[in-house]
Design a protein around this ligand. Structure first.
Ligand SMILES: Cc1ncc(COP(=O)(O)O)c(C=O)c1O
Length: 383
């Protein structure tokens, strides 16, 4: 019998108009619009039009978006801050850490999205010393961390999933290694959240950041940061503003009173418009549940790996689905040209460097995978 997901695939597909004209396989970059996220955007526009302004409703929407994110990762809403992008979230964390003493090492993996490397490198002016965890053959062996984490390590920065090829790390094991030497762990979960069950308490992460436009079915302009409750009191980011205060609406210009929650990491007027859509997108993921999404993405991911091999495509990174996110990457050379050709033939992939990434999500079918692989094979042959 053909495999099927543990949820009603057809009814979810009916909520994504783009499926009428294209096969989106670019969730590692931008998820498609749903009727639910569209309605949320319209709710903001209607409120703006009808009420002129509604700060109470906007603040409520930010709080509910934080709540939705907290639910996704098994955190408390008080452990969540909101930003406009992951770069800002990472910078807020980085600037809250002290690198002036003997703990000045920042261990960063070569699998990170460049922005994360940039944020940590910028801390070298503040005494940090960046050391890299190497990626070999598109993967990182967990033992690479052993020799590098020591008593001089302030923080380990490890992505859960690698943006380039979908390699997935055991961040729980990294947390154990970091904590054993007194170091903190910052996790970039942008490429996994929404597709894999993530429990920050189980992982033991100190910080976890993710934006919304990829597998969380949202839009640009908003990202969230989890800060472990026990750390909040100790940290004061150098990037701040009125929303980092215990009561932003007290308007006390001379008082830098830090919020007692992770809101101390918030800065200025929050990304209200994006929050409407982000909450709706995350509610889709929470209602289906990453526990039910992941098994389906393992079916589709294995189909990509096997189907790519059958067609002679060159896989980038591991072929072990248990170590992979929803994304599978193939080496193609001029990836931009291949992306343009594929789009013309009805499939939306995502090009990065020399690879084409195919990143299905909960709504994709086995047929989608087969068509995408055929179109990719033809585009590579034509390029
Ligand atoms: C893993 C990962 N982290 C971070 C980013 C970018 O973060 P930002 O929200 O700062 O653009 C991306 C991609 O856009 C990504 O894939």
């Amino acid at each position: 019998m053909a495999p099927t997901p543990a949820y009603d695939l057809a009814s979810w597909r009916a909520r994504i108009p783009l499926l009428g004209s294209l096969i989106p396989m670019n969730n590692c970059s931008q998820a498609p619009q749903t009727d639910i996220t569209r309605a949320a955007a319209e709710r903001y526009l209607d409120s703006w039009n009808r009420s002129g302004m509604d700060w109470d409703a906007w603040m409520e929407e930010i709080a509910l978006a934080k709540q939705e994110f907290a639910t996704l990762i098994n955190a408390s809403p008080n452990e969540i801050a909101a930003f406009s992008c992951v770069s800002e979230a990472a910078s807020a964390v980085a600037t809250a850490l002290d690198f002036s003493g003997s703990r000045s090492k920042v261990l960063v993996t070569e699998a990170e999205f460049p922005t994360i490397g940039h944020v940590w490198l910028a801390q070298e002016r503040r005494g940090a010393h960046v050391e890299w965890v190497p990626m070999r053959d598109g993967q990182i062996d967990a033992s690479e961390y052993d020799a590098r984490i020591d008593e001089s390590t302030a923080v380990v920065s490890a992505c859960h999933g690698c943006y380039m090829n979908g390699f997935m790390q055991d961040v729980g094991a990294i947390a154990e290694r970091a904590h054993a030497k007194g170091a903190l762990l910052f996790v970039d979960a942008y490429q996994t959240l929404g597709t894999v069950p993530i429990d920050v308490k189980e992982i033991g992460a100190d910080f976890l950041a993710a934006g919304n436009l990829k597998f969380l079915m949202g839009v640009p302009g908003i990202a969230f940061l989890y800060v472990r409750q026990e750390l909040i009191d100790r940290l004061q980011p150098l990037v701040t503003g009125w929303f980092g205060r215990s009561n932003p609406f007290a308007f006390q210009v001379k008082q830098l009173d830090w919020s007692t929650t992770a809101s101390r990491f918030d800065a200025g007027t929050p990304p209200v418009v994006s929050a409407y859509i982000a909450r709706a997108g995350m509610s889709i993921i929470n209602s289906i549940g990453p526990k039910r999404i992941r098994p389906w993405l393992e079916v589709l991911g294995q189909r990509l790996i096997d189907g790519g091999a059958d067609r002679g495509l060159t896989l980038h990174g591991t072929a072990d689905m248990s170590r992979k996110t929803a994304t599978t990457a193939f080496v193609v050379g001029d990836s931009h040209a291949v992306e343009v050709t594929m789009r013309r033939h009805g499939v939306l992939p995502s090009a990065r460097g020399s690879v084409i990434r195919l990143a299905p999500h909960f709504y994709n079918t086995v047929d989608d995978i087969d068509v995408a692989l055929d179109v990719l094979t033809a585009a590579v042959a034509a390029s």
